[in-house]
Design a protein around this ligand. Structure first.
Ligand code: SAM
Length: 298
């Protein structure tokens, strides 16, 4: 019984290949590659004389079945053009098919643009939401952004260079002028970062000959009291508070103490402690519970 290995490969800098990835690529009987010509260059660089066949988003189901069948006689490695397979790249279907056929699936971790951008963004990393590529159609893109407008977690997304400015315009229009970090050409010679409010980053990205290369965007999550774009001084605290209430309700239902639940939600949603505590007290009072006098409830 063979194993399907999901092998991460460099996103620009060949030094980022791991020793384990090299060993696995040497040892497997077959490499399924998003683009065999691209992967051949990597294999040649490391003197790996492997047998590679293509497996990409337009591959017919028969190709997937052939790869699963190959697992009967040996190990198979799946690689994409760059980074971690199955992350905005082909792989998820093959993983499901291999698991359904009873084979082991083993990740060989390594570079992923989303995680690399997130950790150096300067934005909160404790929780995040990965959006992959946003829809290409402006109406669909804005609709998706509306759905994540109240999301308190840091947002990470991929974007093509020719849509970067449009994407930044939509991010600002729907989410407001939040902090953003735009990572360009990570790990490559011309790696560059733009950090700041979306409006400032957008202006800088438009300078010169405009966006070129590969981009990953990391956007701050929603915060309590954030104004909706175009709104006046009153702001709109509701979306984050609604999320907070729902989480608090669940925590209290599961037996958490009011103070503990409030502290946890304040951390998770980056709410001021007193706001989280007030919400928790209100919910506990609605549920008819006795609540202790506690610091933070002011
Ligand atoms: N599976 C890959 C991964 O784990 O990083 C992502 C593949 S996705 C098809 C390609 C997108 O990832 C690019 O369009 C870009 O948004 C982002 N990306 C890939 N390499 C990058 C790099 N070196 N710097 C910044 N973003 C990159």
């Amino acid at each position: 019984m063979g194993t399907l290995y999901l092998v991460a490969t460099p996103i620009g800098n060949l030094e980022d290949i791991t020793l384990r990835a090299l060993r696995v690529l040497r040892e497997v009987s077959l490499i399924a590659a998003e683009d065999t010509r691209h992967t051949r260059k990597l294999l040649n660089h490391f003197n790996i004389p492997a047998h590679a066949i293509s497996y990409h988003e337009h591959s017919p189901a028969a190709r997937r079945d052939l790869i699963v069948a190959a697992l009967a006689t040996g190990d198979v490695a799946l690689v994409s053009d760059a980074g971690t397979p199955a992350i905005s790249d082909p792989g998820a279907d093959l993983v499901r098919a291999a698991l359904a056929a009873g084979y082991a699936v083993v990740p060989i971790p390594g570079p992923a643009a989303a995680v690399s951008a997130l950790i150096a963004s300067g934005l909160p990393t404790d929780t995040f939401t990965f959006l992959g590529f946003l829809p290409r159609k402006p109406t669909e893109r804005r609709a998706l952004l509306e759905r994540v407008r109240a999301e308190p977690r840091t947002l990470v997304l991929y974007e093509a260079p020719h849509r970067l400015l449009e994407c930044l315009d939509d991010l600002r229009a729907v989410l407001g002028d939040r902090e953003i970090a735009v990572a360009r050409e990570l790990t490559k010679l011309h790696e560059a970062w733009l950090r700041g409010p979306i409006s400032v980053v957008r202006a800088r990205a438009a300078e010169g000959s405009g966006p070129r290369g590969e981009y990953t965007l990391v956007v701050a999550g929603a915060t309590a009291g954030e104004e909706r774009p175009g709104e006046g001084d009153e702001g709109d605290e509701r979306p984050v508070e609604e999320v907070a209430r729902a989480r608090l309700r669940a925590l209290l239902r599961d037996g958490a103490r009011t103070g503990t639940a409030a502290a946890r939600i304040a951390k998770e949603l980056r709410l001021p402690k007193r706001v989280a505590y007030r919400l928790a007290l209100n919910l506990a009072a609605e549920a008819g519970e006795e609540v202790p006098d506690c610091q933070g409830g002011k």
